[in-house]
Design a binder for this molecule. Structure first.
Ligand SMILES: C[C@H](O)[C@H](O)[C@H]1CNC2=NC(N)=NC(=O)C2=N1
Length: 151
């Protein structure tokens, strides 16, 4: 059971709620609470840089998993072809950046999870790709064309 600002919290959802609920507290306090209790950073990472961006991602609906090594989010789209288009955009960038997610493609939504296998933990690559997902979700919703598949 982890403590944050004196409250017992025992799930990453609670961590997220606690981080946002305490957002009126100085930034450092709420982020230290998350760092001390939860995140397992990949070796060699700049912890403060990751935490700065993690706060933005959490406010956009990303959640930290219970192991503290990954972040995930569910993107909702009305049309199946938008689910496909979003997934394809993430897939192409994953190939280009050589950093790959777990993606669950369903009718109406796409669940994406980022974690780093080697070195094990949460890395700046996960953060970058999560930011990219948010950008692509906006681009997908804004675009009328379904995506062309280029090899
Ligand atoms: C050999 C290849 O570069 C590695 O296996 C890459 C591929 N994609 C990856 N994706 C993720 N999420 N983590 C990794 O450590 C990783 N490593």
């Amino acid at each position: 059971m982890a403590e944050s600002h004196g409250k017992a919290i025992d799930s990453s959802q609670d961590f997220v709620a606690s981080a946002i609920e305490n957002s009126d507290k100085p930034f450092e306090d709420s982020m230290k609470a998350i760092q001390a209790d939860k995140i397992q950073f990949s070796e060699g990472e700049d912890h403060d840089a990751i935490l700065q961006n993690l706060r933005i991602l959490v406010e956009r609906g990303w959640t930290v998993d219970d192991a503290g090594i990954g972040i995930d989010k569910t993107f909702k789209f009305k049309a199946w072809m938008k689910c496909i288009g979003f997934t394809a955009r993430i897939g192409l960038e994953s190939k280009a950046f050589n950093h790959h997610p777990v993606i669950v493609l369903r009718y109406g939504n796409v669940w994406v999870k980022w974690t780093t296998h080697r070195p094990y933990g949460l890395s700046s690559k996960d953060i970058r790709m999560a930011m990219y997902c948010d950008e692509m979700a906006e681009a997908t919703n804004a675009s009328n064309a379904s995506i062309e598949f280029k090899e």
